[in-house]
Design a protein around this ligand. Structure first.
Ligand SMILES: [Zn+2]
Length: 201
């Protein structure tokens, strides 16, 4: 018979880590054990940096990406192409497209995707801010880069409809189908993203 050794505070930490995306209970307890022993300096830095960032973080007023500055790095960059706007689901997708180096326009981060079961529609994804931007900025093309999952496809379809209705003269494209079906943009390699950006239609 095995007795499970439990320490309330340590277990709570393990549960917290295990609840994060991509981490199971096994890796969570390994991370906690390391943070509490060999990686104490990193643990202290994690506490400090996390609490400082939590205090300062907000959504960029222009693209909704997370930032600790008044405006995010991409939006503040004057050299970006202001005629193209790429719509992504998450900040991780934005990073993936940035690392492909194939795209130099602006972004809009939905921070999710349409989900009728959870009552998440275009409005919850900030579509009104998006439309305001289309009115104010010299945007000529909107590239919809939501994932090729059923929810991502639905989101793309709905957004394309709303954008076309709001501003019919805009060119609305979708990342080329080179991206594997059912796969999240953030897990796609840079070369594939680069060719998907080049082949958008
Ligand atoms: Zn921004």
């Amino acid at each position: 018979m095995t007795t499970k050794i439990t320490d309330e505070k340590i277990s709570r930490l393990e549960e917290l880590f295990a609840s994060l995306p991509g981490l199971g209970p096994r890796s969570a307890s390994r991370i906690v054990a390391e943070l509490l022993t060999t990686r104490r300096p990193q643990a202290q830095r994690l506490c400090r940096d996390l609490s400082e960032t939590l205090e300062a973080v907000h959504h960029c007023p222009r693209c909704h990406a997370l930032t600790t500055r008044p405006m995010c790095v991409v939006c503040a960059d004057q050299t970006r192409d202001k005629t193209v706007l790429c719509i992504v689901e998450t900040p991780a997708d934005l990073q993936a497209i940035e690392s492909s180096v194939a795209y130099k326009g602006g972004y809009f981060v939905l921070m999710g995707r349409v989900n009728p079961l959870q009552a998440v529609g275009p409005e919850e994804l900030g579509v009104n801010t998006l439309l305001e931007r289309l009115d104010k900025e010299p945007i000529e093309e909107v590239v919809i880069a939501t994932s090729y999952t059923p929810e991502g496809e639905t989101t793309a379809h709905l957004l394309a409809g709303v954008i076309k209705k709001h501003k019919p003269q805009l060119k609305v494209t979708r990342l080329a189908r080179g991206l594997p079906s059912g796969v999240e943009i953030e897990y796609t390699d840079a070369a594939t993203i680069a060719s998907a950006v080049a082949g958008r239609r």
